[in-house]
Design a protein around this ligand. Structure first.
Ligand SMILES: Cc1cc2nc3c(=O)[nH]c(=O)nc-3n(C[C@H](O)[C@H](O)[C@H](O)COP(=O)(O)O)c2cc1C
Length: 341
């Protein structure tokens, strides 16, 4: 029996529900080709960050000004500023190359800092031929004058603004830190999102105790981190219905992790840490594990597994909600060697 892995995600027909999420690896064509050969259903490019574009522009302007202050003729040596490709030009070029070189869908990812930036770069990304656009809403709200309601209203407004200027599918990569995530998810869909990607991981800076410098260290995820997307996809799938695409990201490291994500209602299971750790060919290993699991239990397709899931979660909606909190705490049993006599 051959298991049918085909999956619909953001209106795209994927050969498999295993997708390589946004990372430096997906930004390298040779590595992206290996991901495709290993069976990835789609890839998400690293995010285009508006700050990167602005920083580069500032540095370039400074370099030009410094040169011309010293030697007026230096102006002639510098290429015209317009002819130097900016990060957004390079990004657009990358999309065009990927579309020529790969057969799997290419999803672009954008993290802009200004309302104008979201709209401008979203347009360029669509023109470059991206199959879909992931809006990476990664921001840390540290301004005490801004309320959660203000920030959410701004995010919903920018989803509306991007939706108004592109026709390709748009999905929103969420942080898990919302006070009322279900309400925001419904709002995002009403604002025009075709899907949600749950969840982005926040990288916490550390301190070097010798220098007291702030150090940025990327730590890869563990399978246990999948529980957060599992819970929220299980809660949101019945609320949002089958028309909204849901992607699980954070903690997918094996075929059984992918089974769990699909079972609760995700359309795709995304991987980054597992691929950074084991290489692009690991997509194939995870696919084999997924197929083996499905075959052993006589599932014929991924959609059959997903159908079973909806019934299971709807049968007991509290399993992922608050009632489960006490049950989980009470499930802890003290190891006999620590129990007092
Ligand atoms: C080195 C690195 C770079 C990443 N870059 C991006 C990025 O540019 N945009 C984005 O939305 N997510 C980015 N991510 C987050 C991943 O796409 C993914 O959502 C996250 O790592 C959780 O999935 P995982 O448990 O499979 O690693 C990055 C992750 C890592 C480890």
């Amino acid at each position: 029996m051959t298991v049918d892995l085909r999956t619909r995600y953001l209106g795209l027909e994927l050969r498999s529900p295993l997708v390589c999420s946004s990372s430096p690896y997906t930004g390298d064509l040779a590595t992206a080709r290996r991901m495709e050969r290993a069976g990835a259903g789609a890839i998400v490019l690293p995010s285009l960050f508006e700050e990167e574009i602005l920083n580069e522009e500032i540095q370039l302007t400074r370099a030009l000004e410094a040169g011309t202050n010293q030697f007026a003729e230096a102006l002639d040596y510098f290429p015209a500023i317009d002819s130097i490709p900016s990060p957004s030009d390079r990004y657009v070029e990358l999309i065009a190359i990927y579309k020529r070189e790969l057969r799997i869908p290419v999803i672009a990812s954008l993290n802009a800092a200004t309302p104008g930036g979201w709209v401008r770069y979203a347009r360029q990304i669509q023109q470059a031929g991206a199959d879909a656009l992931e809006l990476n809403l990664y921001h840390l709200v540290a301004d005490p004058r801004m309320t959660a309601a203000d920030r959410e209203a701004m995010d919903l407004e920018l989803i509306r603004a991007v939706r108004a200027v592109v026709t390709i599918p748009v999905t929103i990569k969420l942080s898990p830190f919302y006070s009322a995530l279900a309400g925001f998810a419904v709002g995002a869909v009403s604002a025009g999102a075709d899907g949600l990607v749950m969840f982005n991981r926040f990288y916490q800076p550390d301190l070097d105790l010798d220098t007291f410098d702030v150090v940025n260290r990327v730590e890869l995820s563990h399978s246990s981190e999948l529980r957060q997307p599992l819970r929220w996809i299980a809660i949101l799938r019945p609320i949002l219905g089958p028309g909204v695409s849901l992607a699980a990201t954070s903690g997918v490291h094996s075929g059984t992790d992918a089974v769990k994500a699909l079972f609760v209602g995700a359309d795709v299971a995304m991987m980054t840490s597992a691929i950074l750790k084991h290489g692009p060919e690991f997509v194939h290993t995870v696919e084999q594990e997924l197929v083996e699991w499905l075959e052993t239990r006589e599932y014929e397709s991924v959609s059959q597994l997903r159908g079973a899931a909806t019934a299971a979660t709807m049968g007991d909606p509290t399993a992922f909600e608050r009632a489960n909190y006490m049950a989980t705490l009470h499930s802890w049993s003290t190891p006999p060697e620590l129990a007092t006599a």
